[in-house]
Design a protein around this ligand. Sequence first.
Ligand SMILES: *[C@@H]1O[C@H](CO)[C@@H](O)[C@H](O)[C@H]1NC(C)=O
Ligand SMILES: *[C@@H]1O[C@H](CO)[C@@H](O)[C@H](O)[C@H]1NC(C)=O
Ligand SMILES: *[C@@H]1O[C@H](CO)[C@@H](O)[C@H](O)[C@H]1NC(C)=O
Ligand SMILES: *[C@@H]1O[C@H](CO)[C@@H](O)[C@H](O)[C@H]1NC(C)=O
Ligand SMILES: *[C@@H]1O[C@H](CO)[C@@H](O)[C@H](O)[C@H]1NC(C)=O
Ligand SMILES: *[C@@H]1O[C@H](CO)[C@@H](O)[C@H](O)[C@H]1NC(C)=O
Ligand SMILES: *[C@@H]1O[C@H](CO)[C@@H](O)[C@H](O)[C@H]1NC(C)=O
Ligand SMILES: *[C@@H]1O[C@H](CO)[C@@H](O)[C@H](O)[C@H]1NC(C)=O
Ligand SMILES: *[C@@H]1O[C@H](CO)[C@@H](O)[C@H](O)[C@H]1NC(C)=O
Ligand SMILES: *[C@@H]1O[C@H](CO)[C@@H](O)[C@H](O)[C@H]1NC(C)=O
Length: 460
Amino acid sequence: MVNILAAVALLASVGAATDSIDSVAPKDLAVTSKVSILGVAKTLAGGVMSYYLGNATTFADLPKPYYWWECGALLGAMLDYSYYTNDSTYDDAIATALMANVGPAYDFMVPEHWLDEGNDDQAFWAFAALSAAEHDFEQPASLTPAGVPSWTAISINVWESMVGRWNTTLCGGGLSWQIFAENFNGLNYKNSASNGGFFHISARLALLTGNQTYLDWAAKVWDWTTAVGLIDKDYNVFDGTDSADNCTTVNPLSFSYQNGIFLQGAAALANLTGSDVWAGHAAGLLNSSRAFFTPSDNATNIMWEHACEGVGRCTTDMKSFKGYLSRFMYASSVVMPSLASNISTYMRKSAVAAGQSCTGINMDGAPSANGTTCGQRWYVGGFDENVGLGQELSALEAVHGLLVLDGVVDDVPSPTPSTTTTPTPSPTASQQSGAHSMAPLDLRWTVLGMACALFAFGMA
Ligand SMILES: *[C@@H]1O[C@H](CO)[C@@H](O)[C@H](O)[C@H]1NC(C)=O
Ligand SMILES: *[C@@H]1O[C@H](CO)[C@@H](O)[C@H](O)[C@H]1NC(C)=O
Ligand SMILES: *[C@@H]1O[C@H](CO)[C@@H](O)[C@H](O)[C@H]1NC(C)=O
Ligand SMILES: *[C@@H]1O[C@H](CO)[C@@H](O)[C@H](O)[C@H]1NC(C)=O
Ligand SMILES: *[C@@H]1O[C@H](CO)[C@@H](O)[C@H](O)[C@H]1NC(C)=O
Ligand SMILES: *[C@@H]1O[C@H](CO)[C@@H](O)[C@H](O)[C@H]1NC(C)=O
Ligand SMILES: *[C@@H]1O[C@H](CO)[C@@H](O)[C@H](O)[C@H]1NC(C)=O
Ligand SMILES: *[C@@H]1O[C@H](CO)[C@@H](O)[C@H](O)[C@H]1NC(C)=O
Ligand SMILES: *[C@@H]1O[C@H](CO)[C@@H](O)[C@H](O)[C@H]1NC(C)=O
Ligand SMILES: *[C@@H]1O[C@H](CO)[C@@H](O)[C@H](O)[C@H]1NC(C)=O
């Protein structure tokens, strides 16, 4: 009896802790206060989701100018939001969107993007599935009739499809950026987002399952990537290389998320193997990530996208990249605690700067009219009037992961006695209600209605 009461009280306190959180303006972020981080994250999650036009029961692809892959990236961010904050508000929408995009073979190869889906696009959806697996994110019964694979099995399906595409005809191996020969853009281009994505998926699967095959492939992809120079001896990660010249020259552009993709993979392998070699690779990548911080003396440890922000040339895709470096850094700090102190130094400073960029009011059709719309550049000390989904996503990911860092003060008020007697319904109960029942055949496949072959060279 005592145990049952304790369990009810625990449930209630989780519910109360999230339900009672008030939104906080991002500019007021206090990085060591749990209640402040939760309040700011809540505001930013609302900003992100205002761009998503689906709901708890119906998927809708992102509107132009956002590509389909960024929807997978958004879901990865929201899975972390739900997990770090315990705010389950968006869980049904997240689950519905993921399940609407697994595709007929449960590997995120979707008919709508046949011919234009790239390996890196598929990888970003797989990152979300891996987070769902790692976080034990519930697969609602209504969306998962018998035979629907687990999040882990879906991630493995993606991995299997990538193994099948590993191509040793040129360059001694590697994945091409694109999957389909019909896409003239990138069959020759072997890029770090695709190969890093494969490495990262292999590494997280190895840690999740303990299966040696994934570890072996992670090592193989790493060895290839370093051999062709996509990662140099100082752990700088470059955008890609061209198989037309057998990968003898490297495109020297470098973006934050590429570093992060490899960082989390290496940190996961360090955790799994206990090996100094992988720990050294992760530490080296964290060291080289300094290239994405401190754009000027008055902006120490503030993250920036150095290849495009300073010159005002960021594409829509690039405006979201800082979010993924943030995400992969937090995840790395969890599996490799020796990195946590430096990551903390970077992310506390960057999260505050990100928050200070979020004071926009109804800019350019941006959905939030509330003085909390985020700008793009965090190092300018305010709102730079450049708004969009990537900007909201980046700020959210910079902020919510602060909750995993040491030194966060638990200042969330305890639940009052009245709330402890009325725990909120568990997600299981609500997801089994009639409103949520949906056969897989009813899932709407939203046609993007445009040829997504227009990716910028080496991006996306
Ligand atoms: C604006 O934000 C504040 C706190 O950040 C919130 O309390 C309020 O409900 C928001 N208003 C609208 C219209 O979204
Ligand atoms: C979800 O969106 C669909 C399509 O726009 C709509 O028919 C449905 O009523 C919406 N459901 C809820 C709960 O808002
Ligand atoms: C979320 O819930 C878990 C499990 O009850 C708890 O350990 C964690 O501290 C909670 N997180 C927040 C931010 O309240
Ligand atoms: C492997 O790469 C070669 C050279 O680019 C190409 O001709 C061939 O079609 C590729 N094989 C597969 C299975 O994609
Ligand atoms: C292409 O590169 C691979 C790996 O670096 C090498 O083994 C192979 O000999 C090269 N092929 C040619 C034709 O140079
Ligand atoms: C390990 O993973 C590989 C690749 O997915 C699979 O073929 C094999 O069956 C797995 N081994 C075990 C013991 O699960
Ligand atoms: C952490 O930062 C300090 C100071 O910049 C540096 O000396 C150290 O090598 C860094 N450690 C890691 C693991 O990056
Ligand atoms: C850190 O990176 C710098 C270049 O930015 C390099 O000179 C230095 O050797 C690296 N340190 C470590 C420990 O890898
Ligand atoms: C592995 O990661 C877990 C968290 O998932 C952490 O508690 C543990 O300390 C890590 N182990 C090592 C050897 O880094
Ligand atoms: C740093 O200095 C530059 C140039 O004077 C200025 O534009 C920028 O706003 C400053 N950044 C911060 C965070 O104060």
